[in-house]
Design a protein around this ligand. Sequence first.
Ligand code: MEV
Length: 334
Amino acid sequence: MKAIAPGKLILSGEHAVVHGQPAIAMAVDRYATASVKQHARSLVSFDLLNIKYHKDHSISALRALKNQLLENYEAFQKGEKGIKDVLKLPMELTQFAVTNFLDKLNHKLTSGMQIKTHSEIPIGCGLGSSAATILASIHAMANHLNIELSEESYLNHGLEAENLQHGRSSGIDLRVSYHGGCLQYHNGTVDKLQPPKFPIYLVNTGSPKSNTGECVSHVKQVISEELLTEFAKVTTAFKQGLLENDIANVQQAIKNNHQLLVKIGVVPEAIQSFISMLEQQGCAAKLCGAGAVHGDKGGALMIVSEQDPTAFCETKSYHCELIHCDTDGLRIAS
Ligand code: MEV
């Protein structure tokens, strides 16, 4: 049983979406997969290929880990721990998602399970690798156990896991990976939109030193009602440009969104300089996802341009590629 879930790009409104503003995101043709099969012993075995983690656990050991992570999260919510002290090791996110799913459904594992995950979505770069891996794991398990889940169940299970990483997740990464396509997300409501007809180029500027949770915590300190209103205006303008396929207006909205991301302090200076150079070439560009509050790497950067910016990016030592919309979302691999 193999499940597949796409990554995502936030085209407009990241961070503001955590504070109740609209955002627009698109599922992309980069995927996480998870497969589940029966285990000879009554253990849960994890084969997490990206982080080279291969280990068997008893369900009681997993439950102890889950409870520890929930205690850490509670301490974070009370301000006693930073978000970086909630999940300490990279395998814990999947282990939590799997255990929480089994416990929430009150599922008595009568035999063991082997779970294997792989993601071609670069990890920790704003492309939704965690959300896609969590959803693929839950979907593969649900199918293996013949359990039918509603959309809300997928999202609630996913959100509980993602909160351990984001501190407070808006849920947009999970929604767009679940549905596929392009959508506007606003306070839990999804409106499907036509995917962009203009080309979108992607540059991975490298893994940020800070994770999503740290960026979300930082933004909570600096965001104001005024800035949130500005973010909402930019997303409305982006949506208008998208609906009318008006590249000039889309580009202007992206430039304004970039300036707002600079104002909230999630765009490293090296990336600001690169974006200025891109703008001089007639492109519009912005970081997508959480960005970074330390270091000089910012994760995924999207470029909208009438001219192919690939050669220019190469001159600045950045690899640039076209990225396409995935329209299918979470599914079982055929
Ligand atoms: C992360 O992909 C996007 C943020 O807006 C966080 C969230 O929406 O949960 C930074």
